[in-house]
Write a protein that binds this ligand. Structure first.
Ligand SMILES: [Zn+2]
Length: 113
């Protein structure tokens, strides 16, 4: 199902793939059609694979996250409140203030994530 969350995740990965693929081409200064087409195809094909793999690993990329405590939907773009949260993913619920992991489950103070 194509949701705005999926579209946002796809667009982000698409741009990352595109830039990382085009960067060496720009650096080399040679703009052959074939490498550019390959980069475009990879940038279109890879994001769904990455999203699929991430979901298999338990990361709900491209899906809406809801607070496990109050059910509020988390914003698509979050500002981590700590380095740990930035690395592990996670949210602070803006409704009830609960600290959530990347899947929206509440992290109890002192408990291991
Ligand atoms: Zn909440």
């Amino acid at each position: 199902m194509m949701t705005k969350h999926y579209a946002a995740a796809y667009a982000m990965l698409f741009i990352i793939c595109l830039l990382s693929g085009l960067f060496p081409i720009v650096l080399s200064g040679r703009f052959d059609a074939l490498p550019i087409v390959v980069v475009l195809v990879v940038a279109v094909v890879v994001p769904p694979l990455l999203i699929w793999i991430a979901r298999r690993m338990g990361y709900p990329i491209g899906e809406p996250i809801h607070c496990s405590k109050c059910g509020t939907e988390m914003p698509m773009f979050r500002k981590p409140s700590s380095i740990r949260q930035g690395l592990a993913g996670g949210y602070n619920c803006r409704n009830c203030g609960a600290v959530l992991d990347a899947r929206g489950n509440e992290i109890k103070a002192g408990a291991a994530p």
